[in-house]
Design a protein around this ligand. Structure first.
Ligand code: CP
Ligand code: NVA
Length: 300
């Protein structure tokens, strides 16, 4: 995605969010830009926020959401994903997929003739990061000049944050255990795009002076090495000691669901610097702009 497209999505999300203050959750926006359009959202893994936000986003845009568990489809009995993609391309106008394996998403997208949205894979979670960028914009007025810090596992959410830092030329420091850090090619891609990226294995080095501290669970959906992870990650907890060395104005972000006492202390996630509930709400507003962009609005 281009910087112009990403910036348009953030601006459109903010504009629509402020235009519907006080409106009931499923009441459509005045212009109902997706009236008559249908989105199918398919989930191979659990979801609360992504499922609800795609559903509400479509209703608020005047369209129809169809939310499906992959296990209930013939896909769950072995129907090829390409055949599912071809059939759905005749039924609906766009698809969002939460896939166990990233390859399933790309195979679906290759066979589909309609827009296919990544609703999280083991590789990336771009819709989450768009909601996070929206939250940062609301909290600080602009993204330029912010120092962002990612603490913990270099997982799907972290990879999307790194990709966004490249596209928007943001300053991002990561503190990850060596065995759960980014690949050189991940760093090279973001740096090559213009991101100011640093990587440490020490949380204090990354968090010092940060305006926003991000983390996520130590064990993501589909990770099979949970015992190993629970021995490696404890020094990477975001707690009040770590937040104390971030900037005075620093905020804490987490995509949720969170494990209090593991990657984040209850004091931090439930404390005054936490913006996680605003961040979760912003999934709806970001999703709406993402959907509009997929239907042709905004720059390419
Ligand atoms: N943050 C996020 O994607 O949450 P869900 O897994 O509940 O969708
Ligand atoms: N990294 C987490 C994000 C959940 C929204 C996972 O993939 O389980």
């Amino acid at each position: 995605m281009s910087a112009a497209a990403l910036e348009w999505i953030l601006a459109e999300a903010l504009r629509r969010k402020s235009a519907r203050i006080g409106r009931p959750a499923a009441a459509p926006d005045d212009d109902r830009p997706l009236e008559g359009r249908a989105l199918a959202a398919i989930f191979e893994k659990n979801s609360t926020r992504t499922r609800l936000s795609f559903d509400l986003a479509m209703r608020q845009l005047g369209g129809a959401p169809i939310i499906l568990n992959a296990a209930d489809l013939q896909l769950g009995r072995g129907e090829p994903i390409e055949d599912t993609a071809r059939v759905l391309s005749h039924y609906v106008d766009a698809v969002a997929i939460r896939a166990l394996r990233h390859e399933s998403l790309t195979r679906f997208a290759s066979a589909a003739s309609i827009p296919t949205i990544n609703g999280l894979t083991d590789h990336t979670h771009p819709c989450q990061i768009m909601a996070d960028l929206l939250t940062l914009t609301e909290c600080f007025g602009a993204l330029d000049g912010l120092k962002l810090a990612w603490i913990g596992d270099f997982n799907n959410v972290a990879r999307s944050l790194l990709e966004a830092a490249g596209i928007l030329k943001l300053t991002l420091t990561l503190a990850c255990p060596e065995e759960y850090g980014p690949e050189p090619r991940d760093l090279a891609k973001a740096r090559g795009a213009g991101g100011r990226i640093e990587i440490f294995h020490d949380t204090a080095a990354a968090a010092t002076g940060a305006d926003a501290v991000f983390t996520d669970v130590w064990v993501s959906m589909g990770d099979s090495d949970s015992d190993r992870r629970r021995t490696v990650f404890p020094p990477f907890q975001v707690n009040e000691n770590l937040m104390a060395i971030a900037a005075t104005r620093a905020i804490f972000l987490h995509c949720l669901p969170a494990m209090r006492g593991e990657e984040v202390s209850a004091v931090v996630i439930d404390g005054p610097q936490s913006r996680v509930w605003q961040e979760a709400e912003n999934r709806i507003h970001a999703q709406k702009a993402i959907l509009l962009w997929c239907f042709g609005a905004g720059p390419a």
